[in-house]
Design a protein around this ligand. Sequence first.
Ligand SMILES: [Zn+2]
Length: 173
Amino acid sequence: MSTLPYQEPLVVREPGPLQIPEPARRGEPGGPPCAICSGETRAAVWSEENWTLHPPAQGSLVGAVWLASRVHEDSFSDLPEEVASTFGPVAARIERAILSLDDVARVHLYRWGDGGAHFHVWFLPRPLGMLEASGMMLPVWEDVLPNVADSGLAEAAERWPAGSVPATPSSSG
Ligand SMILES: [Zn+2]
């Protein structure tokens, strides 16, 4: 079912030497500045009190977005409780909005945090019928599929159906 987007035979590679301590990530003491806090990322297509939602740059899946906390904190365990507690409802709205786009089978969430130390979660739509991109294969396929124009990615993210992602928390129903 799920398949790597490469032809076989692939050869298993031995892991390289461990790098300890690890190099500082963006937004970490000693690392480069945080790209989210310094506004180097794509502008938000939606935001509210605690969260901002962004389209990717140079992506291949229409409907893909990433959600960032407004506060510069690293992961779930670092977020203030009042922010962390709103993650589930916000994620549900985003999932609903992506599923309303055409030809989306499922929405995958990925939080890695290896590149930057500012909380952000990816929402990737798995194309309907593309079973070889199931599970962990979706981001690998995302990497090799031809990129969609950034304007197309932003347009899809801005095309939230009315009510799925309210403009303000108070308008949620
Ligand atoms: Zn930051």
